[in-house]
Design a protein around this ligand. Structure first.
Ligand code: ADP
Ligand code: ZN
Ligand code: ZN
Length: 722
């Protein structure tokens, strides 16, 4: 048998592909190669070199081109990716593809690494003086008027600047330039750390140089970021790199600013909203060791760290860290794999740690560090329950809640009404005949969006025009049922005509800078009422916000999803943390029909840690994760029989294995976007039992004839069962 290269290609198959070496150039493990694949070509990553071919040489094709002289993915990343593909039962090629920015998955030369910067030309200065440009173009000209700026800075001050840059470059008004390596100078000084912060920094600092996971458990505003900053400073002083993960892009700019202003280092940013070239450049600067601090969202966990010193995962409980399609990895868990391989400490920060992480602390695998005090605030916000039973509600808002909002704005302060549902109303009902608007592709109620005069399915985005009368009986009075943020905005505007009411959700902040601008305007010391979804639950400091009213959490108390209670507790605590982050004391109201619910009572009386301990005990007693282990096989197809046939074959193939099977059964949403959906839940007491049985099974699934008629996927440690 001839020696071949074993290559990972970005296809959803459980296999690697063998190729004869290229006639020109040597490819090592971790290098990219261009290969013939099917009728076309594909870029893959060499996973093994000089191995014996699995098939006869007559069927082997040859690598067309070696794209990298030296490996693009280093040994640590290659090993970690192989382990990750094995753990998440993912297609190896998709795991490697996830690790590479899109621009590096193509047959193109690597981008120029010198920092991209832009400056005005003489014509540009005249255009600015003449005021001949408007909108984004003008904003960019103005930004460059005081001197050249780097792309990194432009991303920060003018998100979406690239379109304007293209226009102005074409018109000869701006040009690319290079900036002399000017390290930004630190402009802020660290506060004197509290005893708890110093202890945390010392404990983690002692672990630099070897693997040790830490939970940094502290409420929002307790000073976790200051702990990260002190540690990152130590890491940089040792000439090493720090990787900081945040759950959302929205949280990145303020953190970038904070790191740069404090430590005087450039911060490399990696997230999916970046232009592909920028993302590739940031990734490559990390690979060269030049980038010392890398900040990014989920996929940044794959950043090469040749001089790794520390990994931090902020808001570790956040479900945004779980990828929900393709290669379904969890960035927090992957960061742990990497930290172990890189021999560095990993810090998981949260005010509301996940039950998985708390179980790891209990088992002694993670060390827990706590920050109890809140350095800035006067005292933690008081949470009160508003019993809404037998109350006269105003669009779902109780008199007590409205009175609290009135008091707050009368004092010149800001109130936030939190409701985790977009749109005007989740249901549109005919009172005459009982008809309600339903998505034809999902058989689920459609949400009324009154401003757009549309019905929208929040599961598949199917849209329909708002009917003028009932399509079933012709009656004219269709009634919205329930409240979304749009309806609350309307109700609050009517109640408080003299106070600005701002809605913050995906609809009102579609443009990235719109969100930033809205938040900016709230820093002013004037009264305002905010209505918002989850988007507002995190990060942003609003110094004049002193009242948080949480409405519509009752759904979370009765969900069939075993993680619903955990999520509800985290959400309540995170949203409550928005109140009183500054000089003024905060107040939190929780409006519910179930004031006696044990979870709410414990959460409010004893706090998150106690509630989480109870939830963990419940999970232990019924062997649910993190005490039991789950893998979910999902399948969908236009025909129900195809789903059933595939899942039955898949389940039969597991007969006799020491596993518990639930199903095959319909998914909680049995129809979505016109496809029938089913699932098979596989559980075991130990991970090893689960993986031992499922590894060969996973490879077998794609060979089942019935698998060809469905879309299927495996989800290891699924975080929701949808
Ligand atoms: P977290 O990351 O836990 O939300 P931060 O580190 O952002 O908390 O701290 C919240 C606020 O308190 C910030 O404005 C920060 O500058 C300030 N702060 C943090 N630690 C201290 C300290 N030891 N002394 C004074 N102010 C502090
Ligand atoms: Zn009707
Ligand atoms: Zn739908």
């Amino acid at each position: 048998m001839p020696a071949v290269l074993r290559v990972a290609l970005p296809v959803p198959l459980p296999t690697l592909f063998d190729y004869l070496p290229a006639s020109l150039g040597r490819a090592d493990v971790g290098s990219r190669v261009l290969v013939p694949f099917g009728k076309g070509k594909a870029v893959g990553v060499v996973v093994e070199a000089e191995v014996e071919a699995a098939v006869g040489s007559t069927r082997l094709k040859r690598v067309l081109k070696v794209l990298d002289d030296s490996p693009l993915l280093d040994a640590e990343l290659m090993a970690t990716l192989a382990r990750a593909a094995d753990y998440w039962l993912g297609a190896p090629g998709e795991a490697y593809a996830n690790a590479l920015p899109l621009a590096l998955r193509e047959d193109r030369p690597l981008p120029d690494l010198r920092e991209e910067a832009w400056t005005l030309t003489a014509a540009g200065r005249s255009a600015l003086d003449a005021g001949s440009r408007r909108g984004g173009s003008r904003a960019l000209l103005e930004a460059l008027a005081r001197g050249p700026l780097t792309a990194t800075l432009l991303h920060e001050v003018l998100p979406g600047w690239r379109d304007a840059a293209r226009r102005l470059d074409d018109a000869g008004l701006i040009e690319r330039t290079e900036l002399a390596g000017s390290a930004p100078a630190p402009v802020t000084t660290p506060p004197e750390l509290t005893t708890e912060q110093r202890e945390a920094v010392a404990a983690i600092g002692e672990s630099l140089g070897h693997f040790q996971p830490f939970l940094l458990d502290g409420v929002t505003g307790s000073g976790k970021t200051e702990v990260y900053l002190a540690l990152i400073e130590q890491v940089i002083a040792q000439g090493k790199q720090a990787l900081l993960l945040v759950p959302e892009i929205g949280l990145a700019p303020q953190t970038v600013r904070r790191v740069r202003d404090r430590l005087g280092v450039a911060v490399e940013v990696l997230h999916s909203n970046l232009a592909e070239g920028d993302r590739a450049r940031a990734w490559l600067r990390a690979r060269s060791g030049e980038a010392k601090v890398i900040l990014g969202t989920r996929s940044a966990v794959f950043t090469p760290l040749p001089h790794a010193g520390l990994i931090v995962i902020d808001e570790e409980h956040d479900s945004a860290y779980k990828q929900q399609e393709g290669f379904r990895y969890h960035a927090r868990d992957l960061a742990l794999l990497r930290a172990r391989a890189l021999k560095v400490p990993v810090v998981l920060g949260s005010a509301t740690p996940s039950l998985e992480t708390l179980a790891n602390v209990q088992a002694g695998r993670y060390r827990s560090l706590r920050l109890r005090a809140r350095p800035g605030a006067i005292r933690p916000p008081q949470v009160q329950i508003v019993d809404m039973r037998a109350q006269r509600l105003e669009h779902g808002l109780s008199p007590a809640l409205l009175a609290a909002v009135a008091d707050t704005v009368a004092r010149g302060e800001q109130a936030l009404v939190f409701r985790n549902r977009r749109g005007y109303a989740p249901v549109l009902l005919c009172h005459a005949c009982g008809w309600h608007a339903e998505c034809p592709r999902c058989e689920h109620p459609m949400t009324l969006h009154a401003g757009r005069r549309q019905l929208i399915c929040h599961h598949c985005d199917y849209t329909a025009r708002l009917p003028a009368q009932c399509p079933a009986c012709g009656a004219p009075d269709l009634k919205p049922q329930g409240q979304g943020t749009e309806r609350l905005e309307e109700a609050l505007t009517a109640q408080f005509p003299e106070v600005p009411v701002m809605r913050i959700d995906r609809e009102t902040t579609r443009r990235r800078d719109a969100f930033e601008q809205l938040l900016e305007s709230l820093h002013e010391d004037r009264p305002a009422i905010l209505v918002g979804t989850q988007m507002l639950a995190k990060g942003h400091d609003l110094p004049n916000l002193t009242l948080v009213a949480i409405v519509g959490v009752d759904e979370g108390l009765h969900s069939v999803d075993f993680r619903a209670s955990e999520r509800l507790s985290q959400l309540v605590v995170q949203v409550a943390g928005r109140a009183g982050r500054a000089r003024k004391p905060g107040r939190v109201l929780l409006q519910t029909h179930h004031p006696e619910h044990p979870l709410l009572r414990q959460l409010l009386a004893q706090g998150y840690a106690a509630a989480a301990a109870t939830l963990l005990e419940e999970r232990r007693s019924v062997q649910l994760p993190p005490y039991g282990h789950q893998v979910l096989l999902r399948a969908e197809a236009h025909q129900r029989e195809h789903v059933d046939a595939f899942l039955a074959d898949a389940a039969n193939a597991l007969a006799g294995a020491p596993l518990q099977l639930a199903g095959p059964m319909p998914a909680p949403m049995p129809l979505r976007a016109g496809r029938h959906r089913g699932q098979l839940l596989i559980e075991a007491e130990t991970r090893s039992a689960l993986h031992t049985a499922l590894r060969p099974w996973y490879r077998m699934l794609s060979t089942l004839p019935s698998s060809r008629r469905v879309r299927w996927s495996l989800d290891v440690d699924p975080i929701d069962l949808y």
